[in-house]
Design a binder for this molecule. Structure first.
Ligand SMILES: Nc1nc2c(c(=O)[nH]1)N[C@@H](CN(C=O)c1ccc(C(=O)N[C@@H](CCC(=O)O)C(=O)O)cc1)CN2
Length: 298
């Protein structure tokens, strides 16, 4: 059996097409959405992700506002950048690219973002709304990767009702929030969250109908560990040296051979990553629509 491909690239392209129309409608009212990014330091992967976000903005007509800052920036100066984006009327929504350097208090920075401009859905107010189950598109943003995974499944007609989902990784951008989304009544999955302290990962994998691997450990999930017919979402991405070419290549958390046993699998690259980017644009457009007092286009 070869797994169906959860094609994030194509799905993200479709979403961007839809957003282009919504952005044009906003622009016609003089309300062009603007995405801000705050990038601290020289990490090449973070630079590449932020570059991708601005490329996406250009594709759909969203204005880009970019703040690239030195790795040695102080907490105080970084907070001043946040305040200036909060006050900038051209900036509809913005993100602080994670991870931040160790000397920065990340939670304090995220807490300084104006919740109405929080394009990542990571401000405590917006995460709190997710916990309270009150967030919907007209009210507040959802974290991009979990929302992207749900949208990817939805657009491939995959229903998770009653399914056992194993999430591997407890990070704030994916592992923690995705359980809250997938256990909503509208989705109704049963979620187990595994992490580095989990002892019986083999047994949990063998029992899982769906695996969301977001640990950032290259190929930690082996083909023979998964259930025949499982649905696999490969979120984690590492850059690993290819022994044959000596070049570094992107490597997901799940062995590609698992596709021979799975019913569905997201490629990596080309699966969840492009969906994360697309849902960021969705959050920016929805923030602009809320600010303009208009609902999403029908
Ligand atoms: N503030 C945030 N920081 C981080 C987030 C986040 O959602 N908000 N998530 C990740 C990084 N990330 C977005 O920021 C991200 C990661 C990967 C991709 C992506 O499109 N990957 C491509 C391959 C990219 C490549 O060639 O390097 C793919 O999967 O096809 C997009 C966004 C951590 N930080």
């Amino acid at each position: 059996m070869a797994a169906g491909v959860l094609d994030g690239k194509a799905t993200a392209a479709a979403i961007k097409g839809e957003l282009t129309e919504r952005v044009a409608a906003l622009a016609a009212q003089g309300q062009v959405p603007g995405l801000g990014t705050v990038l601290v330091g020289d990490d090449p992967a973070s630079h590449s992700y932020v570059g991708g976000k601005h490329k996406d903005c250009a594709e759909v007509g969203i204005t880009s506002i970019r703040r690239d800052l030195p790795a040695a920036i102080t907490q105080e100066d970084l907070e001043a950048e946040i305040e200036s984006l909060n006050a900038d009327p051209a900036c509809t929504g913005y993100i602080v690219q994670l991870p931040l350097p160790d000397h920065i208090d990340t939670n304090r920075i995220l807490g300084k973002i104006d919740p109405a401009k929080d394009a990542d859905g990571l401000h405590p107010t917006n995460l709190g709304k997710l916990v309270l189950n009150v967030s919907d598109p007209m009210d507040s943003p959802l974290p991009c990767t979990p929302h992207g995974i749900v949208e990817l499944l939805l657009r491939h007609d995959i229903d998770l009702k009653g399914k056992n989902v194993l999430v591997i990784g407890r990070g704030v951008t994916v592992g923690r929030p995705i359980g809250l989304l997938l256990t909503r009544k509208a989705i109704n999955a049963t979620v187990t969250l595994a992490h580095t302290g989990t002892r019986n990962l083999d047994a949990l994998l063998a029992a899982a109908d769906v695996v969301v691997a977001a640990a950032g450990q290259p190929h930690m999930v082996k083909a023979d560990q998964i259930r025949e017919g499982a649905i696999l979402l490969d979120v984690g991405v590492s850059r690993v040296e290819d022994p044959q070419t000596g070049k570094r290549k992107l490597t997901g958390d799940i062995e590609p051979e698992a596709a021979h046993r799975a019913a569905w699998m997201s490629p990596n690259p080309g699966g969840v990553g492009p969906m994360t980017r697309a849902m960021l644009l969705v959050n920016v457009v929805e923030a602009a629509e809320r600010a303009a007092g208009v609902g999403p286009a029908a």
